[in-house]
Design a protein around this ligand. Structure first.
Ligand SMILES: [Zn+2]
Length: 104
């Protein structure tokens, strides 16, 4: 037996498994499901076993969820849209009239 504390990630690193550095580098891609099936599986397996990487995963996942919750789901009131379009027109831009966004 050894007195050296066991690496908390040791259980997560096995033959063919990814290590913590790779997991942390690919975490955003994992959260966006941008890795291939093998990569997704390797990261998922590592996160299930690694007490060092899971908190970072949990933080980044929560961060993305908070950003998604802040996303605007309503349109600006029509009078605001009209003011913006008129300002664009005065500045030389010609918004597409076919969009039907302005009821004048
Ligand atoms: Zn790890």
């Amino acid at each position: 037996m050894s007195d050296v504390p066991k690496d908390p990630c040791a259980a997560a690193v096995g033959a063919g498994a990814v290590d913590c550095t790779i997991v942390l580098q690919q975490l955003w891609e994992y959260l966006d499901s941008e890795l291939g099936a093998d990569g997704m599986h390797a990261i998922r397996t590592h996160l299930a076993l690694c007490s060092k990487c899971y908190p970072q995963y949990d933080f980044e996942k929560g961060f993305l969820e908070a950003i998604a919750d802040c996303r605007c789901t309503t349109c600006a009131p029509n009078d605001v849209r009209c003011h913006v379009i008129e300002a664009l027109r005065r500045a030389g831009f010609c918004p597409d009239e076919r969009a039907g966004a302005v009821n004048q």
